[in-house]
Design a protein around this ligand. Structure first.
Ligand SMILES: *[C@@H]1O[C@H](CO)[C@@H](O)[C@H](O)[C@H]1NC(C)=O
Ligand SMILES: *[C@@H]1O[C@H](CO)[C@@H](O)[C@H](O)[C@H]1NC(C)=O
Length: 347
């Protein structure tokens, strides 16, 4: 009986323990973070629960039950072996100090197919301190604070019911995604918050934003380069700077934007529009109502020499709430096809 026997005994003992703990942590495909030791700070528990769920060959769900938790920066990465859901019923609080992050995000879903993010919970970015330090209202190349949620290369996904609050930067960034739906989603931040775009989309195809409520300090939805087939339906935007399409051409190699369909939306307090520097085609705004605090309620600004065509406005009923005359629309380098109600003359 030598050293060898002793060490093999230890190995089998620890293996048994590991089996026992996995069996306890998941039941019927549900991986509950509180069974992974998640109490106040759930960063490690969520990371471990995600890893186990992602390795499951059957559809799985990671559950964050109701309660209030701290969560540090995390990346929830795929590819996973089967469909995976993260159900957040709790309130997740980000670290207040923006210096505790690297890489521009708080929570990042990366390379996941068949992802569902669901639940009555909230991602609270606690952005107040960061906004007070932000130089972004003066400097377009300002330091990027972390965004609440990034979806990078997510395919066939659904985000349902979740709330994102007070992000330090954009609330949601969608990059390289295909077939991703946001439904009954809520974005909430004060009108004074800096650079807090609701949902920013770039280089993605087949994005659906449905019955969603966005109130924030910057664009409710901003559509960046390489976006194709974006459907925005039943969205309420306000406070916020409306829905912006195009790109300022800050980066090399930007791709055209095409197939943007905005329908049945309510917008209040719009203010928008530096000219887009990418090619834009097939954009329609239909059945848009609401009020604006500035007299220019519709602003379509394209750059001269860059194609900007097949733009359609139908049933635009936006009122100006101030006293500088009637609501107006402004179009530069674009001739939209207008039909139905058009409450703002000019274009
Ligand atoms: C898009 O994703 C949803 C949700 O996963 C899925 O149900 C649907 O089949 C996908 N659509 C296509 C065309 O793949
Ligand atoms: C338009 O959107 C509102 C929500 O803002 C919804 O209640 C209504 O059913 C939608 N109408 C149509 C025709 O889709």
């Amino acid at each position: 009986m030598g050293l060898k026997a002793v060490s093999s005994a230890i190995i089998s003992f620890s293996l048994l323990l590991w089996l026992a703990s996995t069996a306890k942590a998941q039941s019927n495909g549900v991986f509950d973070v509180t069974k992974y030791g998640g109490k106040e700070d759930i960063t490690e528990a969520l990371t471990n629960a995600w890893k186990d769920a992602c390795a499951s060959t059957n559809p799985s769900k990671v559950l964050i039950p109701s309660g209030t938790y701290s969560l540090r920066q995390v990346t929830l990465a795929g590819p996973c072996k089967a469909a995976i859901e993260l159900q957040v019923d709790g309130i997740l609080k980000a670290p207040v100090d923006p210096d505790q992050f690297s890489g521009g995000h708080w929570v990042d879903f990366s390379h996941v197919d068949q992802l569902t993010l669901s639940g009555s919970g909230t991602f609270d970015g606690q952005g107040n301190v960061a906004w007070s330090k932000s130089t972004c209202s003066k400097d377009k190349n300002c330091e990027g604070f972390p965004m609440n949620i990034r979806f990078d290369f997510v395919t066939n996904g659904l985000v349902r019911d979740i709330t994102t609050r007070d992000s330090k930067n954009f609330h949601v960034n969608v990059l390289g995604c295909k077939n991703l739906t946001f439904q009954h989603f809520t974005v909430s931040a004060p009108a004074e918050s800096i650079n807090t775009d609701g949902i920013h989309i770039g280089r993605s195809t087949g994005i659906y934003i449905i019955d969603t409520n966005i109130g924030t300090g910057d664009d409710c939805i901003s559509v960046g380069d390489g976006t194709e087939e974006l459907h925005v339906t039943g969205v309420t935007c306000g406070p916020g700077h409306g829905i912006s399409v195009g790109s300022l051409g800050r980066y090399p190699d930007e791709k055209p934007v095409s197939g943007i369909f905005v329908k049945n939306c309510t917008i209040s307090n719009t203010a928008n529009g530096a000219p887009s520097k990418v090619k834009i085609s097939d954009v329609s705004f239909k059945n848009i109502r609401g009020t604006s605090a500035t007299p220019v309620v519709v602003k379509l600004a394209c750059s001269s020499g860059i194609p900007c065509d097949k733009v359609e406005l139908a049933d635009i009923n936006l009122a100006y709430s101030g006293s500088e005359g009637p609501a107006k629309s402004q179009c530069s380098n674009v001739k939209p096809v207008i039909s139905g109600i058009m409450s703002a003359s000019g274009c």
